[in-house]
Design a protein around this ligand. Structure first.
Ligand code: IDP
Ligand code: MG
Length: 149
């Protein structure tokens, strides 16, 4: 089954939106297979955002991610990678649709609350970067019989 990496960024944690955000993934019907809160090291933040290392916002982004705890998660389900991006909304919260996490709760691109992997291959890489094998669960919620045909 498909898996994606989701991180509630420091602003989402500080603003008390952890429960709200997790609730949206739960209510949709995805399965939580990994969850931890942590203070992110500079090394991990730089590796995670490596594709953006030449961008002008890179230093500020890394500072921000390391500034306060985050909540890292792995969610599982059919089509979860693309669907999570839809639940999250556009990168700039001002352009993100109402009903999305960024659209409902954010006002600026540098404080957009949450990260979600952008492709299946990226998801695999990010899951391996943030979680060890033994931190991830393999389980099938009994409710799946009512979610999948
Ligand atoms: P994504 O999070 O929607 O995938 P990316 O383009 O991959 O967006 O950018 C990664 C993160 O970098 C964004 O979520 C945001 O926190 C930050 N970021 C992107 N563009 C800007 C910018 O122009 N100014 C400040 N931060 C930015
Ligand atoms: Mg991205």
């Amino acid at each position: 089954m498909e898996r994606t990496f989701i991180m509630i960024k420091p602003d989402g944690v500080q603003r008390g939106l952890v429960g709200e955000i997790i609730g949206r993934f739960e209510a949709k019907g995805f399965t939580l297979v990994g969850l931890k809160s942590l203070s992110v090291s500079r090394e991990l933040a730089e590796e995670h955002y490596d594709v953006h290392k030449e961008r002008p916002f890179f230093g500020g982004l890394v500072d921000f991610i390391c500034s306060s705890p985050v909540v890292a998660m792995v969610w599982e389900g059919d089509g979860v990678v693309a669907c999570a991006r839809k639940l999250i909304g556009a990168t700039n919260p001002l352009s993100a649709e109402r009903g999305t996490i960024r659209g409902d709760f954010g006002v600026s691109v540098g404080r957009n609350l949450i990260h979600g992997s952008d492709a299946i291959e990226t998801a695999q890489k990010e899951i391996n970067l943030w979680f060890s094998e033994k931190e991830l669960l393999s389980w099938e919620p009994t409710v799946n019989a009512w979610l999948y045909e």
